[in-house]
Design a protein around this ligand. Structure first.
Ligand code: ADP
Ligand code: ZN
Length: 372
């Protein structure tokens, strides 16, 4: 078991990682279940997959304390993160009579967590919520740090709020049902932590990646705990990304978002897969600038390919050119006027924010990469 505190003045919370936590939900989340009782069910939000797979386990756990869950279930996928669904969820919470002392439970991947967190941030100007992340990606990244959002016509995650959870309970056992492709996509964000700030962890992942992907308990818990520890430290130091620190978590994401946009944010390329490609591009571009060696860039690419993640954009079958990808980047949330901060590498295990990157040079670099 690992308990990682996220130190935020007045809003500290713990991230607990332990096999079987879902079964022991009533003990693990006891302080946040206080207001509920036989006449007052606990609000749970899930998608149809996590509801089908885990609602019985939740019911059983709650039953030991005479509690019941009331479920709000959404269809899986990004389409749940809409204005319409936000309205329905907020109305549901209000109809249940949630108060600012209550906590809503989010059982699912990043989609459920983002939607619930945002709904809780605006309902009665802020009710509490507990994250029960069920994808590797949500466990190591989106469930911690308080970024919540929905998607709109103008883009993904453009409407949202910072709203920290009261508790994050990570049960690695739920990953046994996660499709392998989703597992690999989450693993891309794990590799990200190694590449951005911990060379020793990156080397450990090179050796132990297969064990993590096979859900071997010790390796999996170490990978999750190390990732969360780094995220917790970064979030505590720069909660709202006002310094460059939290921005380091965006390694691979500027290139990645452009690729996601070009592939229509579809199943063709999952977020984690786009981040994997984005990290290879960031490493290669850093090598092009002479900041890391070509060998180090190749090492990053090899680690990503070895995890079964896409590592070469020439394999995507895109018909666009580099300029089109750069055009997508200009619409990035992180764009500052006409320039864009790029996350590059000074070493494997040391990312930094470069503000002197010429977008025309990025386009030329991408033309080369697209050609293979
Ligand atoms: P992410 O966490 O990567 O943002 P989503 O919330 O979109 O992703 O979840 C990805 C997919 O995985 C969805 O179809 C979701 O229903 C499914 N899913 C989530 N958790 C599990 C699980 N533990 N077992 C099986 N499928 C899951
Ligand atoms: Zn990401």
């Amino acid at each position: 078991m690992a308990v990682i505190p996220v130190a935020l003045a007045g809003r500290d919370y713990d991230v607990v990682i332990e096999e079987g936590l879902l079964e022991r939900l009533t003990q693990a989340a006891a302080p946040f279940l206080k207001g509920y009782g036989p006449q007052r069910p606990v609000p749970f939000v899930a998608d149809t997959n996590t509801h089908r797979l885990y609602s019985r386990q939740v019911a059983k756990a709650l039953g030991t304390e005479g509690l019941e869950a009331d479920w709000f279930v959404v269809e899986p996928g990004e389409d749940a993160k809409t204005w319409g669904m936000l309205e329905r969820l907020c109305d549901w919470l209000l109809a249940l009579g949630v108060t600012r002392k209550d906590h809503v439970f989010a059982l699912g991947g990043g989609v459920v967590g983002d939607l619930v967190g945002f709904a809780c941030s605006i309902t009665k100007r802020g009710v509490g919520f507990v994250q029960l992340p069920t994808t590797l990606l949500a466990q190591v990244d989106s469930s911690v740090g308080g970024k919540t959002a929905i998607n709109t016509r103008a883009g993904k995650n453009l409407i949202g709020a910072f709203h920290q959870p009261a508790l994050v309970l990570i049960d690695p056992l739920v990953l046994t049902t996660l499709p392998d492709r989703e597992m690999r996509a989450g693993f891309a964000e794990v590799l990200k932590y190694g590449l951005l700030g911990d060379a020793a962890f990156f080397a450990w992942l090179e050796a132990n990646g297969p064990a993590v992907l096979a859900r071997e308990p010790a390796a999996l818990e170490h990978a999750i705990a190390t990732s969360i520890a780094m995220k917790a430290q970064i979030v505590a130091a720069d909660e709202r990304e006002t310094q460059d620190l939290r921005a380091l978590l965006n390694l691979g994401h500027t290139f990645g978002h452009a690729l996601e946009a070009e592939t229509g944010f579809s199943d063709r390329l999952l977020h984690g897969e786009a981040v994997a490609l984005g990290m290879v591009l960031a490493a290669k571009y850093s090598a092009r600038r002479g900041e890391i060696s070509a060998e180090d860039a190749a090492r990053a690419e090899t680690a990503i390919a070895a995890a079964g993640l896409p590592a070469r954009i020439s394999d995507l079958g895109l018909t666009c050119d580099g300029a089109a990808l750069v055009d997508h980047m200009r619409h990035d949330k992180k764009a500052e006027g006409t320039t864009l901060p790029f996350l590059l590498l000074r070493a494997l295990g040391e990312a930094y924010v470069a503000r002197d990157v010429d977008l025309a040079d990025i386009a030329a670099f991408l033309d080369g990469e697209l050609a293979g």
